[in-house]
Design a protein around this ligand. Sequence first.
Ligand code: NAD
Length: 481
Amino acid sequence: MTTSQDAPTVGHLIGHELTDTGAYAEVRDPGRLDDVVARVAVGTPEDVDAAVRLAHQAFGSWRRVPADERAQLLLKAADILIGSAGELAPLLVREHGGMLWEAQTDFGLGTGVLQHTAGLVGGFFEPVRYDDETSFISVERVPRGVVAAIVPWNMPVVLTMMKLAPALVTGNTLVLKPSPFAPAALTLALHRIARILPEGVLNVVHGNADVGEALVSHPLVRKVGFTGGTETARHVMRSAAGTIKNLTLELGGNDPAVVLDDADTEATLDRMLKGVFTRSGQICFAVKRIYVPRSRYEAFADAFCARVEGYAVGHGLDEDASFGPLNNKAQFDKVNDLVESTRTSGAKVLRLGRKLASAENGYYIQPHVVREAAHDSLISCCEQFGPVVPLIAYDDEDQVVAWANDSDHGLGSSVWTSDIERGLALARRIEAGSTFVNTHSFDSLDLRMPFGGVKQSGTGREFGEAGMKEYVEEHSIRALK
Ligand code: NAD
């Protein structure tokens, strides 16, 4: 057991140093509730103001650093990040409740985003020019200024890098607010990265909704990169409205997986299950509802449940565990309530798998499968963000496309088939930011594919050049001859 003496104390990162005054809150391990993992500063609007003003001051000279030098610094940051994973991934596990491999993947993906983005600056700032008899026109990309980045707890490293990399490489400066449910490992890594950058380019202020609101509404913040829940995003939009600033919003999803009648069941399950239960289902683009042809429903559901029966829930540092606890009490209560109300509605709710000894004192929920779920039931319509998934029978392709699109969300989605052409044709009919054929999990992402949502899953895109464009303005200059 970790004693509270072992827990690091983590301040705000303002400039190159972590602060050591003010109030602190304990971060507890969601998989061993008696363990205090870290003590992390709780910010105030004054801390936000200090960080934003420093970032604003740093912006003046950072924007003039040549882009390829900024890209070189991103590559150095990537080395620091991956070099920190061995030490910090176990701490991240004890904050956010994931498996060790999931935390290591978070560091690895974050490193990949830094490296990939650094490789995109060549030509990005090349102005578009028109020169004719009457005028000279130059359309130039310029950074926006201070960026506020706000991230959740589920994959904090890569979600931060998806904002930090495009923001910094295009010449903006950054103030990040991590989630209070996974702030420590991320901040310790960022402290190391901040020290290779000019002072004030990268800053972190910890805290709750009030700190997020102070950051978003600060008049010197010109851009907000937010990842989190759709309800929170409504507050973020309202806070940003007072000073009219640009927003990229990466929000919740209710991703459909559509199994076609020609899909091989075992091959489908080999890949699909990773997308359902990894991180205990707490991934924005996890598979959240599964549509199966009625003619194959019983056989598919039997095979699905047989696989899920093999899962063991335990602490993230327990090598025998398939996946860990939910991250926090609110999420734990929400998923338990959802399971209970689905059960009392008369649906066939199966609790499968088992709990290991390490799953004694935390927010553990065994995997659940809802068989014979109705398309319009609560479990099919909401973002459960937990290890419970409905299997829904459908009759024909038009019906399943209509059902897949019958959602306020549109983040990820997938089609499963033995005929790629048929899969691609169906994929084009789905309303989502991303649609995958025969894959739907971490390894479905490719940094060349812009990532984001449609409808209430968000606005804007991350990754690659599309992601970088979110962090620049087009400055149009015309001289009359
Ligand atoms: P959340 O919305 O509760 O919190 C996200 C962040 O916003 C946290 O840092 C939180 O402190 C902050 N916040 C809360 N209230 C705020 C306010 N009024 N103003 C400004 N900031 C505020 O989300 P969560 O529970 O941490 O994460 C789970 C949600 O995130 C799920 O809905 C999930 O789908 C979504 N998510 C989306 C993506 C994506 O890329 N689309 C990725 C991961 C998670």
